[in-house]
Design a protein around this ligand. Sequence first.
Ligand code: ATP
Ligand code: MG
Length: 364
Amino acid sequence: MIIQNVTLRNFRNYKYSSIDFYQGMNVITGKNAQGKTNLLESLVYLSLTRSHRILDDKQLIKKGELFSDIKCTFLDGEKSNEIECVIHLKGKTLLVRHQPVKKSSEFVGMLNVVLFSPDDLNIFSDFPKERRKVMDQEISKISNTYLLALSKFQTTLKQRNSLLKQQTVNQLLLDTLDENISKYEFMIIQERKNFIDSIDSYITNIYHRLSDDPVDVHLKYKCCLDSDISYENILLGHRNNRQKDIENHVTSFGIHREDMLFEMNHEPLIQISSQGQKRMTVLSFKMALLNFITKQTHKQPVLLLDDVLSELDYGRQKKLIEMVSKSYQCIITTTEIPEFLKNENMKIFKVADGNIINTTGGNV
Ligand SMILES: Nc1ncnc2c1ncn2[C@@H]1O[C@H](COP(=O)(O)OP(=O)(O)OP(=O)(O)O)[C@@H](O)[C@H]1O
Ligand SMILES: [Mg+2]
């Protein structure tokens, strides 16, 4: 996948900007608070139909304006594609090749990007909910079945919880809800397991390619089932917890209680790793994600690196760029361009106060 152009209108601090990207490395430079992350955020928004930074889309509209518009043309294999999102004060309109689409599931994942930013370090300290969000977000980008199963699961969970809050619980209705919810959870668990096993199979190897630290890093699935993954076992899980659920008025068993855990040398990583090791682990996780998406979709996602280089030592910066620059289109933001990057074939852009210009500094 190659992003050819992004046009922003009234997005964050951009009034109007049209940016033509190079198929390889693109470096966005500029002082603090000029619009570097905002540009990456617009691409994340098109990929997920939501921002990675905020929940309220209205904050994306330039102050004093009534709407915001992000348009992107990209190559999907040989095919040129165009997607657009208009954010209004009361919602958003998604367009594919100028035609509005009704469901965001038809839009999510058309443009596939993987972002790595310093905030990703929170993955270790956040609550399980945040790690489930990472799983759900990444799997949804490559699997529509997952996205639909997840949305049906959430609706059914709400119905089940409101039934549990009633004074007399209709057991027949609960039976039906349990059968439905177990069906969706079975699909979700299989996909989560495939995702985590796949990432786990790449992560240690990538870690060792990026650094000479000889630790073993793993990602483990904390599934709600201890036994074999089957529809029957999930249903049994709900049945076994039914009495407790009725007493507490809430669903205690299920995929909404799951987690994924990072381990270092077979111990919980959070307990034993240094700050640098955490940074390398999350970077390896993101690189493994690139492999996973490429394998599943047969298309390379675009890699967005937000202010990441300054956090790594010189050797690791070089290894990271060597690893990704041959295979992926990269958009990198940085306040200072490292010396070694200046020899690469790349396009350099300078951002100042929401204005972007392609400088003559790059080699393309
Ligand atoms: N809705 C908005 N309307 C106008 N300006 C906005 C809006 N939202 C954010 N901004 C402005 O965007 C700027 C921040 O942009 P951004 O986060 O992209 O900075 P950056 O270049 O990545 O900086 P840093 O190097 O510090 O990370 C701030 O000046 C902020 O006030
Ligand atoms: Mg920034």
